[in-house]
Design a protein around this ligand. Structure first.
Ligand code: F6P
Length: 361
């Protein structure tokens, strides 16, 4: 008999996380009479003494929480829960600490909201700890396998589209080629979708090779029609022409994606003499107010996740497929990302609109 469940958000935050926590809480308490505990900062809350956990009740969500970006539980996209830490002069296995805390809370099941990487970590942890687990996919990158829509993705595309809407007038006023660098890791979903919706002339995604000459030729064609400006969207993991990723070494020693926009700006200027400017959209794609679609997906995923537990179905991930919420084995999803296929229908749409989207030979 299930009486108490835990819920945590893991990995990079995104819009719609508060809405999914709300949906889980409402369904679990109102329909099944369970208690719901929010674990803070991903698995970090379970490493604290006392354990950082909060009981969630429906009235907690009476205010505007579901309308807000971020996750009020906090999240974490760093660290390895399978490493060791030093405590009181002793080496402790982090995973043991997390599992012990989970057991101390006497929770009957765990709902973990995360992307492919987080789901992989949670799969290993819950297997090791024999914890009953349900996953919910969230990531602006929208790269979770077997899933058409992840929580947070729609909002990120909306933000990027709005950015193009705002770049167009200033591009036209100054006769410039405006480059917008968007997130998405190795998947081009945000760039492709926002690029089409925002009227881009060039869309570069990691899945399709391009050439600077091809872009320059496209810009010359635009000029020949009498238009004096252009919009270019580039996904952060697009490589330079020499095949190297554009990265930045941060002061903490970590190397992160970044700089492809600036690279393109210089290269395009050299070949076309077009004045270029670069906007790196960054984390505003994650922190915005969730769109109606993200709230809907979050609500549908939350209800389904609780119902799976009620039906004794575990080690499943809820997914959005063919206009419905379905569930897929965790083993088929954890750690397996899904980038854009070269035959994606939207690539054909982009081509059909005359957008330069790369070299297809
Ligand atoms: O995976 C989500 C994501 O926003 C990526 O699109 C981006 O590359 C990365 O996280 C940024 O991570 P951080 O918040 O650590 O800078």
């Amino acid at each position: 008999m299930v009486k108490k469940i835990g819920i945590l958000t893991s990995g990079g935050d995104c819009a719609g996380l508060n809405a999914v926590i709300r949906a889980v809480t409402l369904r679990a308490t109102n329909e099944y009479g369970w208690k719901v505990y929010g674990l803070r900062d991903g698995t970090l809350g379970l490493m604290k003494n006392p354990i950082d956990v909060v009981e969630l009740k429906p009235d907690f969500f009476d205010g505007n929480l579901m309308r807000m970006g971020g996750t009020f539980l906090g999240s974490n996209n760093k660290g390895n829960p399978f490493g060791t830490i030093e405590k009181d002069g002793k080496k402790i296995e982090v995973s043991e600490l997390i599992i012990n805390s989970f057991n101390k809370l006497e929770l009957d099941a765990l709902i973990g909201i995360g992307g492919d990487g987080s789901l992989k970590i949670l799969q290993s942890l819950t297997k090791k700890g024999n914890i009953k687990f349900i996953g919910i996919p969230k990531t602006i990158d929208n790269d979770v396998k077997h899933n058409e829509l992840s929580i947070g993705y729609d909002t990120a595309v909306d933000v990027a589209t709005n950015a193009l809407d705002m770049l167009q007038p200033t591009a036209a006023s100054h006769r410039r080629a405006m480059i917008l660098e968007v997130m998405g890791r190795d998947a081009g979903h945000i760039a492709l979708n926002a690029g089409i919706a925002g009227g881009a002339d060039v869309i570069l995604i990691p899945e399709i090779p391009y050439s600077i000459k091809g872009i320059a030729h496209h810009i010359d064609q635009i000029r020949s029609t009498g238009r004096n400006h252009a919009l270019i969207v580039v996904a952060e993991a697009v490589k330079k022409e020499d095949g190297k990723k554009a990265t930045v070494k941060f002061v903490d020693g970590e190397v992160r994606l970044g700089g492809i926009g600036a690279y393109l700006g210089d290269e395009i200027y050299k070949l076309t003499d077009a004045e270029t400017r670069v906007t790196v959209l960054g984390h505003v794609q994650r922190g915005a107010q969730p769109t109606h679609r993200d709230r809907l997906i979050a609500s549908a995923f939350g209800v389904k996740a609780v119902d799976l537990i009620a039906n004794g179905k575990y080690n499943r991930v809820v997914v959005w497929k063919d206009r419905s919420v379905q569930d897929v084995a965790l083993d088929d999803i954890a750690g397996k990302s899904q980038t854009l296929s070269k035959t994606d229908p939207l690539i054909e749409v982009a081509k059909g609109l005359g957008i330069y989207i790369g070299e297809f030979n």
